[in-house]
Design a protein around this ligand. Sequence first.
Ligand code: URA
Length: 241
Amino acid sequence: MGIEVWVPRDAAPETVANPVAASSSAPPAVDADPATPVATGGPDVEGPIHRLDWTALAARVASCTRCELHRTRTHTVFGVGNPDADWMIVGEAPGAEEDRQGEPFVGRAGKLLNNMLRAVGLQRDEVYIANILKCRPPGNRDPEPAEMEACTPYLNRQIQLVNPRLILAVGRIAAHYLLKTSASLASLRGQVHQYAATGTPVVVSYHPAYLLRSPAQKGKAWADLKLARQLVAGSSNDTES
Ligand code: URA
């Protein structure tokens, strides 16, 4: 399958403004962020992250020192998109371009992600996009487990606020971390999992950066997107009926 696969198929619904400007609604049940001190930071002396609204959450991330990555970042990379999205895309960590611009998936991989979303009828600003880490690991190294643990309360609160019908976990690191498994990505694809912290359904697919290197796998990613679309359509039918 070639790049031409990623073409719009459906008309795009209306889009919604920057979530940081949006007020928070009543949160669904979710586990609390750890009360215990994190890897290299301390306890949440400014109050529990799982109670913050969008504005306070974004501010907390922007000033975060919970792990050592704050020393080398240019910008924190909070997340972007529709605060009421059905789809939430979760990647690994900001790269160089994301660190420079303060927005997730804005480099080459981000452009492919946008095209992939368009192929299932979604504009970038209709979904919510976030990473497990809000700061770039130097040299694009893999995130350390302690860094992901330190950042998890932020992601959990984002998931809680968006309350998406589906999380699309892109890439091995996001999939392994969210699903607490080390199973191969190939074996995780094609099924609906659940993110235990929030009970949100999870579909796993390839990271767009991997697809740039291995375009022959795009057909499988297309199958994953169709599974995700089917799941979201099914869950919205459930709500409507
Ligand atoms: N890769 C990711 O996982 N996230 C980004 O934001 C950019 C590249």
